[in-house]
Design a binder for this molecule. Structure first.
Ligand SMILES: [Zn+2]
Length: 221
C-alpha cells in the first residue's frame, strides 16, 4: 500500500503517519525527520540544507526530489510506504506520479487531514515534543521537562512552534499544498479525513477509509 499524507501544520500528519506505519507495516518517511538527521550527521545534503532550514524555509525541489527518489528506491520493495511532508507542492506531486509510472506502481491514496485554522493554532500553542524521538503531546498532559513516555528524554516546546512560524506555514500550505490536494481529488485518489477529534478517532477514520478497520487500532503511537 502506498500512501501520501497531506494536511496543514499541526494537523497530526506525523502522529498519523507513524500510526499507519505501525498498523499496516509500511515504511514511514517524515521528510522533516530525514532532513534533521542529515543536518545532525553533517552529510553533504545536510550541509546544503542547514541554512535553508535555519531560515524556516522548505528545501527546493532540485534538492528534495532526488532525496525522495533515493528513499523510495530503498523502501518500495516491502509492504509499501507512507510519506509525510512530500509532495508539498505541485512539481513534487508530478515528480512522484512520474516515479510511480516509471516503476509501474500506483498510489493507493492521498489522505488529507482537515482541521479549522483556530484549532490548529491552539494545538501549535500547546504542543510539546520529545527532541529524542519526536513523539509529541499537548499541554496539560505533557509539559516541558516531563519525560517522554516513549524514550525517556525530557520533552520541550518545539522551537519552530511559535505562532508566526505557524501562520506562515499555514499560508504556504494554502498556496502550495491545497493545489496538490485538488490534484489528487481530480484524479480520484483523495481521502478527506476530519482531524479535529482525538488522534485515535482520526486513525480509526483513516483505516476505515482504507478498508483496514483492524486490531491495529490498539497500537499506541
Ligand atoms: Zn522520546
Amino acid at each position: 500500500m502506498r500512501i501520501v499524507l497531506l494536511g496543514p501544520p499541526a494537523s497530526g500528519k506525523g502522529t498519523q503517519g507513524r500510526r499507519l506505519s505501525a498498523s499496516l507495516g509500511l515504511a514511514y518517511l517524515s521528510t522533516g525527520a530525514l532532513l534533521r538527521e542529515n543536518v545532525a550527521n553533517r552529510t553533504p545534503l545536510g550541509l546544503a540544507a542547514a541554512p535553508i532550514l535555519a531560515r524556516g524555509e522548505y528545501l527546493p525541489d532540485d534538492l528534495m526530489c532526488p532525496i525522495l527518489a533515493d528513499w523510495l528506491v530503498k523502501h518500495d520493495s516491502g509492504p509499501g510506504w507512507v510519506l509525510d511532508g512530500f509532495p508539498r507542492r505541485m512539481p513534487q506531486a508530478e515528480f512522484l506520479d512520474q516515479w510511480l509510472a516509471e516503476n509501474g506502481v500506483k498510489l493507493d491514496a492521498a489522505v488529507a487531514l482537515e482541521a479549522p485554522f483556530d484549532e490548529l493554532l491552539r494545538r501549535t500553542r500547546e504542543r510539546v515534543e520529545c527532541p529524542g524521538c519526536r513523539w509529541s503531546g499537548q499541554r496539560p498532559e505533557l509539559s516541558e521537562g516531563d519525560l517522554c513516555p516513549k524514550c525517556g528524554h525530557p520533552a520541550a516546546a518545539r522551537d519552530d512552534d511559535h505562532e508566526e512560524n505557524f501562520r506562515s506555514r499555514h499560508t504556504e500550505f494554502t498556496d502550495l499544498t491545497v493545489p496538490v490536494i485538488d490534484f489528487y481529488q481530480t484524479s480520484g485518489r483523495l481521502i478527506s479525513v476530519p482531524a479535529s477529534g482525538t488522534k485515535h478517532e482520526t486513525a480509526a477514520i483513516i483505516l476505515s477509509h482504507l478498508n483496514r478497520p483492524d486490531s491495529s487500532l490498539k497500537i499506541e503511537i
